[in-house]
Design a protein around this ligand. Structure first.
Ligand code: RIB
Length: 288
C-alpha cells in the first residue's frame, strides 16, 4: 500500500529542557540536574512522528533566521519530512522552556516567535492540503490559519485531525471541519461542550492507554508497560502515528498509537523520542 500523505500545518520550537528533582514553587530558585536543547514544537514533533511511523509528510510552518531556525529545519529534513513549504522569516524561532521532574512529568512555556508569522496559506500550501489524505493541526500557530487550512481540507475531502493544544475556544467553522479530535484528559474536560459534535473523539489516558469514541461505537486500547524517563512529546508521537495508521489500517490505529506514545516516554526529548515504524511493530507484536 502507498504511504499515507500527511500535511502538518503547525509549530516548530527549540525546546530548552531543564531536569529537576521536583517543580519549583513561585519565588523559589532550584538547582537543576541537567539541561538540553532539542527540536520540538507540537507541529514539528507530530510531523516527525508521522514520518517515522511510515507517512509521506509535508510540514507547513515557519522558523526564524537564527541558529535555532537552521537546526530545526535540519532536524525535520533528517527525519524525512518535506520542508519545501517551511518558511524562514526575520526574527527569532519559537522556543519552549520545559521542566521535567523525577516522575518524568513536564511543565512547558512556549514563546511563539516565528510561529506567530504563519498567518497566510500560499497556493502551494493549499494544493498540498487538497492532495493529502490527512491534515494534522494543533493550536500553537494563529487560530485563523488553522481554520483556513481545515476548511480547505474539508472542501477537498482531506481528513482533518486536530490536536487542540494549547486548548482554546474553537470556532464553529473549525469544529465542523474536524473529522478526528485528539485530546488528553484535561483537554476533554475543557472542551466538553463540543466533543459530541466531532465524528471521532480520541482521548489519551497516559499510561492508561486511549479511548476512541465514534458515532455508534467506542473502543479502548491499553498502553504497553514501559519505564518512562520523559513524557514530553509522547502525545505528539501518539498523534503522528495515529494519523498514519488511520489511513493504513483503521482497526488497529488506536493500539498502534498507544504503543508509539509509550515508546516515546522511554527516551528524553520530544521530536527525537518518537519511535520508528519497526520499533512500534516489534512492541505491538510482543505485547499482542
Ligand atoms: O508537546 C510537546 C511540545 O510542546 C514541546 O516540544 C514544546 O515545544 C511544546 O510545543
Amino acid at each position: 500500500m502507498s504511504q499515507p500523505r500527511i500535511v502538518v500545518v503547525g509549530s516548530v520550537n527549540m525546546d530548552l529542557t531543564s531536569t529537576v528533582s521536583r517543580f519549583p514553587v513561585p519565588g523559589e530558585t532550584l538547582l537543576g540536574t541537567a539541561f538540553a536543547t532539542a527540536a520540538g514544537g507540537k507541529g514539528s514533533n507530530q510531523a516527525i512522528a508521522a514520518a517515522k511511523a511510515g507517512g509521506d509528510v509535508i510540514f507547513i510552518g515557519a522558523v526564524g533566521d537564527d541558529g535555532f531556525g537552521r537546526e530545526l529545519r535540519q532536524t525535520l529534513d533528517s527525519a524525512g519530512v518535506d520542508t519545501t513549504l517551511l518558511r524562514t522569516v526575520n526574527g527569532p524561532s519559537g522556543v519552549a522552556a520545559i521542566t521535567v521532574d523525577a516522575r518524568a512529568e513536564n511543565s512547558i512555556i512556549v514563546v511563539a516567535g516565528a510561529n506567530g508569522s504563519v498567518t497566510e496559506l500560499t497556493d502551494s500550501d493549499l494544493d498540498a492540503i487538497a492532495n493529502a489524505d490527512v491534515l494534522l493541526c494543533q493550536l500553537e500557530i494563529p487560530l485563523a490559519t488553522v481554520v483556513a487550512a481545515a476548511k480547505h481540507a474539508q472542501l477537498n475531502d482531506t481528513t482533518v485531525i486536530l490536536n487542540p493544544s494549547p486548548v482554546q475556544d474553537l470556532p464553529n467553522t473549525l469544529i465542523d471541519a474536524v473529522g478526528i479530535l485528539i485530546v488528553n484528559q484535561t483537554e476533554v474536560e475543557q472542551l466538553s461542550s463540543i466533543t459530541d459534535r466531532v465524528e471521532h473523539l480520541v482521548t489519551t489516558l497516559g499510561a492508561g492507554g486511549a479511548d476512541l469514541r465514534s458515532r455508534g461505537s467506542a473502543v479502548h486500547a491499553d498502553s504497553p508497560k514501559v519505564t518512562p524517563v520523559d513524557t514530553t512529546g509522547a502525545g505528539d508521537a501518539f498523534t503522528g502515528a495515529f494519523a498514519v495508521e488511520w489511513i493504513l489500517d483503521r482497526s488497529r490505529a488506536l493500539h498502534f498509537a498507544c504503543v508509539a506514545g509509550s515508546l516515546a516516554t522511554t527516551v528524553p526529548g520530544a521530536a527525537a523520542s518518537s519511535p520508528t515504524r519497526t520499533a512500534i511493530e516489534d512492541l505491538l507484536e510482543s505485547s499482542a
